[in-house]
Design a protein around this ligand. Structure first.
Ligand SMILES: *[C@@H]1O[C@H](CO)[C@@H](O)[C@H](O)[C@H]1NC(C)=O
Ligand SMILES: *[C@@H]1O[C@H](CO)[C@@H](O)[C@H](O)[C@H]1NC(C)=O
Ligand SMILES: *[C@@H]1O[C@H](CO)[C@@H](O)[C@H](O)[C@H]1NC(C)=O
Ligand SMILES: *[C@@H]1O[C@H](CO)[C@@H](O)[C@H](O)[C@H]1NC(C)=O
Ligand SMILES: *[C@@H]1O[C@H](CO)[C@@H](O)[C@H](O)[C@H]1NC(C)=O
Ligand SMILES: *[C@@H]1O[C@H](CO)[C@@H](O)[C@H](O)[C@H]1NC(C)=O
Ligand SMILES: *[C@@H]1O[C@H](CO)[C@@H](O)[C@H](O)[C@H]1NC(C)=O
Ligand SMILES: CC(=O)N[C@H]1CO[C@H](CO)[C@@H](O)[C@@H]1O
Length: 633
């Protein structure tokens, strides 16, 4: 940690001793943020190989499940404690191979009723505990809720009192993965023939208009039954189940879901026909009408590019309700496959038989109308997605995507009227540690980002980065920030800030009367008929630098040489040359005002302020420029 970061420690409100990498160092070009402003860090006492994270919305605390131990840390109050969860009964590993088998890795920390549910591998004897007020209950059998050894393909959804899980209940290998209801309204599982080698991504429950229509949706990848060479090997899917499913009526089907259907998810770029077939992560965005609830799907392709496709649950429901079943040409029974029956009823066995042998619908789920194409795609290999809605003045709402890269950083991508814009890269961890978890607190506008060694709480609004510079504040097009009272403020502090999120040009907004900005332009007096140059420091080869005079573009520097700054020469200063000059850098859509100079006519200015004419320093600079120009010719 550099000395400047140490200074920043003093700024932190909370006196937690452990490293708070806050505020302070902001690079000159804050497109890449290495020390997120206002971020707070909690480093675990020891590093954890398979950490799991739980954060309750609108609190400032995080729970971390590690090996045999649960950590609790409150970023606001510094309250912290640990609860030990040792292996209870010596373990039951059949083939104790790796020493890891003899440990209790916590794999689930979730809210359940009034308390918490904590489950772990228990050395091949999955075990759960209730945790209330730091007190753990006696251990319970956790089979189906925790795996026997840490397993990446396990998904558990707690929708109290129901719990759904994809974790196998027996230690024997070779079991086909299933999606189960393991707690609540009776145990059910998926037929072994309805999915081919599934890899589960995420699941959610969704309330429909009537409670017997409530559904569970889960997203997964599976092997493509089409084995032709040009077909992708993996296929991304959404599956539906009725929450009130009671299983079949025969002894063979009594414990099987009878309302399972699956559909393919399409995410294809229409311009290149590029197919993003590998579903990496999803994020659910609820709406007051369930049909408008959305799922943001993050897809990658074999070349390591990513795309985000957005689907509505209304469209997903339409596909399941109206599509033909793939390969089924017989008549439809009265209760159609996938249809939820009234509370307390069973799906007729005729319906179940058809659905069980034809679990896939023919129609595919396409992204939102009207474009039915990806929201965007780019060359990064993203791992996780989070979506936050930020409300700004006049009731407008903007959608901000947080995308975790495979290099320990997070991209902040804003949906703007003309398309998405990547406005910031936040390097969360000092040594590019992989991001294991990214949790959003929508209410408090915070991100909780976890690695194997720490959790960092990062505010979504980091407006101080824009250096209290009106142009930078507006140019950034960060919906969390705006200009008011001479400062770049967060919309959570002041809803009435000025922003630049619509399609209107930003030029001039900073001089408008209502924007009470201290005139931060540096006044420079220049003699008429003299030579003058304006110098904009080049901070990045990849950036483009633009000089504006009275809000009109006058010069662009591209592919800039690192030693060669972006100059603008005025051979012979005339009246038209006076006024406001602004240099703006732009990199990956991130714009920032770097130099602001106001050229004033010496004679007039002297009479007003009596300030000195062009200083010796600027004459020396000019000399240097002339020399440099000569050198490079
Ligand atoms: C944990 O809490 C104690 C007080 O209970 C405090 O002294 C300590 O600094 C806290 N540790 C962290 C890492 O915040
Ligand atoms: C979040 O917490 C704050 C303070 O504890 C409270 O005032 C607010 O109502 C809470 N918001 C929600 C949506 O629960
Ligand atoms: C744990 O909590 C759940 C729900 O709150 C309850 O049903 C269960 O009986 C509890 N188990 C123990 C052992 O306390
Ligand atoms: C530059 O001059 C203008 C007009 O005289 C004045 O309002 C402004 O404060 C000056 N700016 C600086 C940075 O001194
Ligand atoms: C600058 O412009 C003025 C008027 O246009 C002209 O008289 C003068 O010779 C010019 N000076 C130089 C150095 O070109
Ligand atoms: C600068 O580069 C951008 C992107 O490479 C290009 O669109 C633009 O036309 C270039 N401008 C100039 C003046 O070369
Ligand atoms: C720019 O503005 C200054 C002062 O507002 C004025 O003197 C000058 O003529 C303007 N120049 C152009 C090209 O608009
Ligand atoms: C990207 C990709 O092709 N991933 C998987 C597709 O499915 C096969 C077989 O299940 C896996 O081996 C690949 O890793």
């Amino acid at each position: 940690m550099g000395s400047r970061s140490l200074v920043a420690l003093l700024v932190a409100l909370c006196a937690c001793q452990l490293g708070v990498r806050a505020a302070g160092r902001s690079k000159v070009n804050p497109r890449i943020i290495t020390a997120p402003q206002g971020a707070r860090e909690y480093a675990f006492p020891r590093s954890e190989k398979y950490p799991v994270f739980y954060h309750k919305e609108n609190t400032s605390a995080i729970y971390v499940g590690g090996e045999g131990r649960l950590y609790y840390h409150d970023f606001a109050t510094c309250e912290n404690y640990t609860v030990d969860f040792p292996v209870e009964s010596g373990g039951q590993c059949l083939k104790p191979g790796s020493p890891e088998d003899n440990k209790n890795f916590i794999t689930l920390v979730a809210k359940h009723g009034d308390g918490m549910l904590v489950c772990g591998t228990g050395a091949c004897a999955p075990t759960c505990w209730n945790l209330t007020q730091r007190q753990k209950s006696s251990p319970q059998d956790g089979r189906g809720l925790a795996p026997f050894t840490p397993d990446a393909n396990s998904l558990v959804v707690v929708d109290y009192p129901d719990i759904y899980s994809t974790i196998k209940k027996s230690q024997q290998n070779g079991k086909i993965p299933r999606f189960r209801r393991v707690r609540g309204g009776g145990e059910l599982y998926t037929s072994d023939t309805v999915m081919q080698n599934p890899q589960f991504v995420k699941a959610t429950t969704l309330k429909h208009d009537e409670s017997h229509q409530d559904k569970i949706y889960y997203f997964f990848r599976e092997d493509n039954p089409d084995k032709s060479l040009e077909a992708p090997r993996n296929i991304s899917r959404v599956a539906q189940l009725c929450k009130e499913d009671k299983g079949g009526t025969s002894s063979l089907s009594a414990s099987k879901w009878t309302t399972f259907l699956k559909a393919s998810l399409v995410c294809v770029d229409p311009a290149t026909k590029g197919n993003f077939n590998w579903l990496q992560d999803v994020f659910f965005v609820p709406a007051s009408n369930w049909r408008d609830s959305k799922v943001y799907g993050l897809f990658t392709n074999t070349w390591g590019s990513s795309a985000v496709c957005v689907y509505s649950f209304g469209d997903i429901d339409d596909v399941f309700r109206t599509s033909k079943l793939k390969g089924y040409n017989g008549p439809n029974p009265e209760i159609k496959p996938g249809q939820c029956v009234s509370s307390g009823q069973h799906t007729p066995s005729e319906t179940f038989k058809i659905a069980d042998s034809h679990p896939e619908v023919e129609d595919r789920v396409e992204p939102l109308a009207p474009t039915r194409s990806p929201l965007f795609h780019n060359k990064h290999r993203y791992q996780k997605i989070g979506v936050h809605k930020v409300s700004v003045r006049e009731g407008h709402q903007y959608t901000v995507l947080y995308l975790a890269t495979d290099k320990g950083s997070i991209h902040k991508v804003v949906e703007l009227p003309e398309g998405v814009q990547n406005i910031m890269e936040i390097q969360v961890f000092p040594r590019k540690e992989p991001i294991q978890s990214m949790i959003l607190d929508h209410e408090r506008a915070m991100l909780y980002v976890g690695s194997a060694s720490r959790v960092v709480e990062v505010p979504m609004a980091m407006c101080g980065l824009y250096r209290n510079n009106c142009e930078s504040c507006l140019l950034a097009r960060d919906p969390y920030c705006g200009w008011a009272g001479g400062r770049c403020q967060s919309v959570y502090q002041n809803r009435e800030v000025h922003q630049n999120l619509d399609l209107n040009p930003w030029q001039g907004k900073c001089q408008k009367g209502e924007v009470t900005e201290a005139d931060t332009y540096q006044n420079i007096t220049v003699v008429p008929f003299s030579r003058y140059y304006l110098n904009c420091p080049v901070e990045s080869h990849y950036a483009t630098y633009n000089w504006y005079h009275n809000n009109t573009l006058i010069k662009t520097c591209n592919n800039t040489h690192p030693q060669m700054d972006c100059f603008y020469f005025i051979q012979n200063v005339s009246h038209a040359h006076y006024g406001h000059y602004l240099c703006v850098s732009e990199e990956d859509g991130f714009k920032q005002a770097l130099v602001k100079e106001r050229l004033v006519n010496q004679l007039r200015f002297m009479s007003q302020k009596g300030r000195a004419t062009t200083t010796l320093g600027s004459w020396l600079q000019l000399l240097l420029v002339v020399l440099l120009v000569e050198l490079f010719h």
